[in-house]
Structures are given as C-alpha cells and as structure tokens.
Design a protein around this ligand. Structure first.
Ligand SMILES: Nc1ncnc2c1ncn2[C@@H]1O[C@H](COP(=O)(O)OP(=O)(O)OP(=O)(O)O)[C@@H](O)[C@H]1O
Ligand SMILES: [Mg+2]
Length: 253
C-alpha cells in the first residue's frame, strides 16, 4: 500500500495530503500540550473526542452559512478538510475574562465582559504567540483591511453559534480561539474557518457547578481531561451516554 504524504506534524494534529488536490486529512492525536508546549502529556481518547466535536461544530456552522474547511469525517481520528492558506493569526473571542486576559488586565476570572472582545495573537510558537493589534497586522501585511473585516465577522458569528449551542446544554462559553484560512474559487478568494473547534481551543464552564470542561483541566491539573471532554460530547449528543470512545480495543483470548 502506498504511504500517504505527511504535510505537517503539529502538537495536536498531523496533516496528510488528501485524496484530491486542494484537500487535506487532519489526524487528531492524543497529545496534549500547554504553556507553549512546556507541559506535555498523552491523554488517551482526546483525539477521538476532538475529531467528533470539531465535526459537530463545523457541520453546524456550515449549516447556518458560516463557511468552514470541514468536508467530512473519515474515521474516529481523521477528517477530510479543504486545504487553506492559514492566516498567521490566532483569533480569540472572549465573553468572560479568563486566562491571560484576566491576568493582563487584573480582572477576576469569570467576570462577564461588557461585550464580546476579539483579540489577535501572532501564530509564532518561538515568540509564544504574542498579542498583536490591528496596526501590527496591517503594517506587517499579515492580513488586509478587507480580511480583517471578514475575520471579525466570522469570529462573531462563530461566537454566537458556539455560545448558543453550549448554553443549550448548560455550558457557558467563556472564550475560544479559531484559525482562519484563505481559499480560492476561480478568480475569487474568501476566508473560511479552519483548524479545529474543540474543548482544546475553548473555555467551557458548566453553568450549574462552575466546573471546567476544557483544556484548563489539563493546564491546571483539575482532574481527568477525557472525562471533561466526554461530558461535553455526551451533553451535545455526539457520544452516546456511557460510551468510552477512548478505550483501546481489548484482546479477547
Ligand atoms: N484546512 C487547513 N489547511 C491547511 N492547514 C491547516 C488547515 N487547518 C489547520 N491547519 C494547520 O494545521 C496545523 C494543525 O496542527 P496543530 O494544531 O497540531 O498545530 P500546532 O502544533 O498547534 O501548531 P501551529 O502553531 O502551527 O498551530 C496548524 O498549523 C494549523 O494552522
Ligand atoms: Mg494548533
């Protein structure tokens, strides 16, 4: 069997060449990293959960007319997506203060913000993905003004969708990060949501208990990450109740 071509090995995913030009296969690994990869672990089942959850969110976004790279899920760990030119920015939308923003501005975690706040970080691991302003983005040509208008509009639409979906299952969307990519359709180019949307890239708090159901469980050693992600998947109906997608196949003698 011909080996498929690996395009990129990231911290959480591996990209392979897709079956047709302009497509990519995203393989979701079990690797978890935090604090710019200073903290690392393998969390069995995380890749399966993120693959299913990202499929769920991206499919929903496509359905309401927010364009994404998602084409179809191929198996438990892989999905077929449109290849894009990634805009080198992490686009963060915050509804409640948390993480670096809470620290930077001295706001208590969990404080509701007056309105959703969109932040941009330069995608550069060596620099620790520094916060940048629209002035930097324009001056250095990372994205055009038209791109920035489109990115803001996509980010806020994703926020409304995600906040609504989460609220429906008793979860508060504190914040999230997305990546945006450029695709070309003939003479036209447009921006679409790429990468992944999963509890790795969102902050999700249970409304009733305040319990964290996202990657902060790993960052702050708050318990089992797979239990937290499974809880999100189960509430959304992505995983049947009581299933353990992360279990390795057992050898039967
Ligand atoms: N549709 C797509 N087409 C091309 N590249 C993509 C697409 N979706 C996501 N990517 C890129 O694929 C990589 C996914 O791997 P992963 O998330 O593990 O990377 P990472 O270790 O977080 O590194 P990075 O700092 O590049 O995001 C990212 O670099 C992301 O920007
Ligand atoms: Mg990534």
């Amino acid at each position: 069997m011909a080996r498929r071509k690996k395009i990129y090995e990231g911290k959480a995913k591996t990209l392979y060449e897709g079956p047709e030009p302009g497509t990519i296969i995203q393989y979701f690994k079990d690797d978890a990293t935090a604090f710019n990869a200073e903290k690392k672990a393998v969390i069995e089942g995380k890749g399966v959960l993120n693959n299913m959850l990202s499929e769920y969110f991206m499919t929903g976004l496509n359905t309401i007319g927010v364009p994404t790279h998602f084409i179809k899920r191929l198996n438990m760990r892989e999905q077929l997506v449109r290849a894009v030119e990634i805009i080198p920015l992490e686009v963060i939308v915050r509804n409640y203060a948390a993480g670096t923003m809470a620290k930077r501005l001295g706001i208590e975690e969990g404080t509701q913000l007056p309105r959703p706040i969109v932040e941009y970080c330069l995608k550069d691991d060596k620099l620790g993905d520094p916060l940048v302003t629209e002035e930097h983005i324009a001056a250095f040509g990372w994205a055009s003004q038209q791109d920035m208008d489109d990115i803001l509009s996509l980010a806020l639409r994703v926020n409304d969708f995600m906040a609504g979906v989460m609220y429906g299952v008793g979860i508060k969307l504190i914040d999230f990060k997305i990546e945006i990519g450029r695709v070309y359709d003939g003479d036209f180019q447009r921006l679409i949501v790429a990468d992944e949307i999963s509890p790795d890239s969102c902050r999700l708090w249970d409304i009733a208990s305040g319990r964290k159901l996202d990657k902060d469980v790993f960052r702050r050693d708050l318990g089992s990450l797979t239990d937290a992600y499974t809880e999100v998947a189960t509430r959304l109906g992505v995983m049947p109740k009581g299933s353990t997608p992360m279990a390795r196949p057992k050898l039967i003698n």
